[in-house]
Design a protein around this ligand. Structure first.
Ligand code: ATP
Ligand code: MG
Length: 489
């Protein structure tokens, strides 16, 4: 007998062993709403296999428990996410659709490519006539005369540009005003790209739209240069940023090697997660100390960074430190002079600048350690490199450009199909859709608890681990949730 869908098994799991995440739709899926044929399917010779079957999903974890049973003997379902891509039937009439795209939060390589490809896909694959670019982030919704009409010609060269053509901002999110503006302009497709704050803002917009009972799809292309979103493979711009950070390390090496006892210090991005620092350190293979927010370090005594750096300086004549901006924050005073924590317009805590602070701390300590130990009684020559804007403002790498294309097109396909309050991502190399809620308040951090990339950093730099044996368990218990992220906010 031919097997049916119900019989189909994957990795020993029958279909009902999968927990496929639900993505909200702009309409009631039980209603007999008219759907529209995807214009792509009307083109001659478009193969049917280009379209995604509504049941196709991407497994969250490629390392599966084929028994489907937890250690407590409870039946568990494997997590999965709807596969991204064009659907045969779509929810909106493309000819009558109006789209808007907005970029929010900090700049990141690839923002312009995302905008370009949203426009290209909407215009070329679906024939959507009107697309507005909203200037300077969420606040731009309230300034209708400043909206920019985007078409193929306008965005043609966007992929070669750093920054955001549309501009960005922090703060200025007003849910009701944004939804009013969308309704007034007749917009039914909203594309948002930005970081964790932007995601929370987009979720609120989608919620308000839902509560007003109107049909506007809200799609998010997540942006974080720090690559700190759990579950997903990577975020756009991260690879470009790591390459730029590595070039900054090379410059610091040149400077440090040019003088006796040269100590290069490179501060890279990474507020809560040190992925850029870790990857650039490993890529360069010349770093003596890599400091990240995930690992508390200390200055003095056995196993502290002062002894380690003094030894490296005396052995090699120079040394290199890479520090993520969020590292060592608990070693510094975080309060402003008036006793109030400093925040930016979006409410994010402004971190104390760890680079100059570290140099200030190291200078007297290291000079004391090397005193009388070199033929000319040299002092340490600090060479500080802060490449933040060089990392953020560059055009994306080829690989990031291609990745942005995949994300942007999948966002368009999902929105045209009527999905809302979702984000696009790559999980186990496959494009898929995730509900915003699933990751909105979670953060991915470097896993320092087992044989991960972090252990290569320790081997490569010979730096102290700063961890006690029981720290591993404590760290993994407190930081990781079932879905692989730290809860924040
Ligand atoms: P990044 O931190 O990667 O630079 P981000 O998106 O986190 O990007 P933010 O400045 O925190 O950057 O937020 C971007 C936009 O999202 C701002 O306009 C801000 O007002 C809005 N926003 C942030 N948090 C919320 C929230 N909880 N609710 C509604 N809007 C928010
Ligand atoms: Mg943020």
């Amino acid at each position: 007998m031919a097997s049916t869908d119900e019989d189909r098994e994957f990795n020993g799991k029958s279909k009902d062993a999968w927990n496929v995440q639900h993505i909200d739709l702009v309409f009631d899926s039980n209603s007999d709403r008219t759907m529209f044929p995807n214009p792509l399917s009307q083109r001659p010779n478009t193969p049917l296999c280009w379209f995604v079957d509504g049941d196709d999903a991407v497994a969250a974890d490629v390392q599966v428990d084929t028994e489907g049973v937890s250690s407590e003997g409870i039946k568990i379902k494997a997590e999965a996410f709807p596969l991204a891509g064009p659907r045969l039937n779509i929810a909106f009439d493309p000819q009558k659709s109006i789209a808007a795209v907005v970029t929010c939060g900090g700049l990141c390589p690839g923002l312009n490519t995302v905008v370009r490809e949203i426009v290209m896909c909407l215009r070329r694959q679906y024939g959507v006539p009107t697309i507005y670019g909203i200037p300077f982030g969420y606040r731009g919704f309230q300034d209708r005369p400043s909206w920019i009409k985007l078409d193929e010609k306008k965005v043609r060269n966007f992929h070669n540009m750093g920054g955001s053509f549309l501009g960005s901002s922090r703060g200025g999110h007003d849910t009701n005003a944004i939804v009013d503006a969308l309704v007034e302009a007749g917009i039914n497709l909203l594309f948002v790209t930005g970081g964790d704050g932007t995601l929370r803002g987009a979720a609120k917009i989608a919620e308000e739209i839902q509560s007003r009972g109107i049909e506007i799809a809200v799609a998010v292309i997540p942006k974080t240069i720090d690559n700190d979103i759990p579950l997903i493979d990577r975020t756009f711009g991260f690879e470009s940023a790591v390459d730029a950070a590595r070039r900054a390390i090379d410059v610091a090496v040149t400077e440090a090697q040019g003088f006796p006892l040269g100590l290069g210090v490179v501060k890279v991005m990474g507020r809560h997660s040190g992925f850029i620092a870790m990857h650039a350190t490993l890529g360069s293979r010349v770093v003596d100390l890599c400091l990240v927010p995930e690992v508390d370090f200390y200055l003095d005594g056995e196993g502290g960074i002062v002894d380690h750096l003094a030894n490296r300086l005396l052995e090699n004549g120079n040394a290199i430190v890479v520090i993520a901006e969020g590292a060592g924050q608990d070693l510094m005073a975080t309060l402003g002079s008036n006793g109030v924590t400093k925040r930016d317009a979006s409410g994010n805590i402004i971190l104390d600048d760890v680079g100059p602070w570290l140099i200030q701390q190291l200078e007297p300590r290291l000079n004391e350690k090397v005193k009388g130990k070199t033929p000319f009684n040299d002092q340490i020559k600090f060479k500080y490199v802060d490449p933040s804007y060089m990392v953020r403002g560059i055009p994306p790498s080829t690989n990031d450009n291609n990745f942005c294309t995949q994300l942007a097109h999948n966002a368009v396909h999902g929105a045209m199909a009527g999905m809302t309050s979702f984000l696009v991502a790559s999980v186990n190399t496959r494009g898929c859709y995730l509900p915003i809620d699933l990751i909105a308040n979670k953060q991915n951090v470097i896993d320092t608890s087992n044989q991960s990339l972090w252990s290569y950093v320790i081997f490569d730099t010979h730096q102290p681990t700063f961890t006690q044996q029981d720290d591993c368990q404590r760290r993994s218990d407190s930081r990781m949730t079932a879905s692989g992220g730290v809860i924040i906010g």
